[in-house]
Design a protein around this ligand. Sequence first.
Ligand SMILES: [Zn+2]
Length: 471
Amino acid sequence: MVSFSRRAGPFKSRGSFRRAMRSPTVTFLGGVREIGGNKVLIEDGPDRILFDFGPSFSPRYEEFYVDYLQPRSASPAKDLLEFGLIPPLPGLYSAEALADADLAWEPPRVHGIFVSHAHADHAGYLHLVDPDIPVHVGAGTREMMEAIETSTMMRYGEHPYRIFHDRTPVRVGGIEVVPFPVDHSIPFAYGFLIRTSEGTVVYTGDFRHHGPRGEDTHAFFRAASEERPAVLITEGTRAGPDARQNLTEEGVRSGVDRILEKRPTLALACTYPRDVDRLLTLYAAAREAGRSLAVSARTAHLLETIAPRFGRHDLPVPGATDGLVVYHRKKKRYYTWEKPFLENAVDSDEVRAKGSRYLLALDLMHFPELIDLRPPRGTPFVHSMSEPFTEDDVDDRVMHNWLDHFGLSFHQMHASGHASASELYEIVRSVRASTVFPIHTEHPEAFRSEVPGVALAELGRPTPIRGPPAR
Ligand SMILES: [Zn+2]
């Protein structure tokens, strides 16, 4: 039974509470009226498990912490608890992360955390968690996390990692969890069927069905519907008003093909570092246009790490696949992991001299390379990421200042990691769950006119799970 400690920002109005009923419950500790930050607690008798544990992309975090002002490394949980940015759940955090926080350390009272995929908003707070709490992940996700830890500042902390397998049930006490692969903008993403003593809860994680693994998404929702679930917890990123462009992965491909056609200059693109589908799309478009795709050492490292999980010719591998090269950025010091990738890399002189041979994937944070690359005016820049959520987005303004300075021509080409609003409603209706909780959205109420049984999640309030018993 959860009881929250005092003083916890948005959680405090709930005070402490005890579960009146014996039925299992679901409690939302994040992802409520915000995109990302899902923290779904399922309790059934003595068993308690969490689904996902990462920061949200909500502006609330930035009310207190921004680039230069971050929680102290000596007390990260304490510093986040202060503003209610993480839930005051006893028996979850490590003694080290809590330091001398008001929420005192207790032996673990959470028996496992399931991570749906390796995006930061789902896994980014694992480093706060007690090192004795098992973390359940897919094998591919675990490998991606290792690659991310090696090649970035990101840390997930020490945990007993339990690897789950597609559609193979995992037992945690009396709760049975069945992971199903789904299509999302990072490989190895999962949704879950969660069988409790009173019925099944379906948790979607993040999903779409317009990418290369769309059939996985359909199979998951077919299984979910056959389960006759009591509760469906669905992501709703694109519910409500969404004027942003909506392409499929194939749409991005033909857009990039058109841009590269008969272009005598360098072409530039930027995308999310873990969006492997997009890298494949850019690679295929580059090859079609007789170019090589140049990627960062970090991207090369990620591709090499996960390559064994793909078929031999399904993923370009640095050093082994024609048409994929590593771009060698000028730095003062090079990490051990990146050195092997720089041996046959191309540098700014090469790319500047023979621009038409390359499609260069350039992260925004590496824009100073443009000063050496001197791309000719009119060089295409493919922004293959989400459009900004707000009109006064600082990063967007800075990016456009750079593009204007170098006279680059901007092309927006992105396929979202999430189903569109109308697709979402249709998929969610097909499950016919008794109760539907939209989370990971700023507009949960948008589901109300579209789907029967919609309930609005409330932060920190346990809701009983009642339905046909799980199979
Ligand atoms: Zn997410």
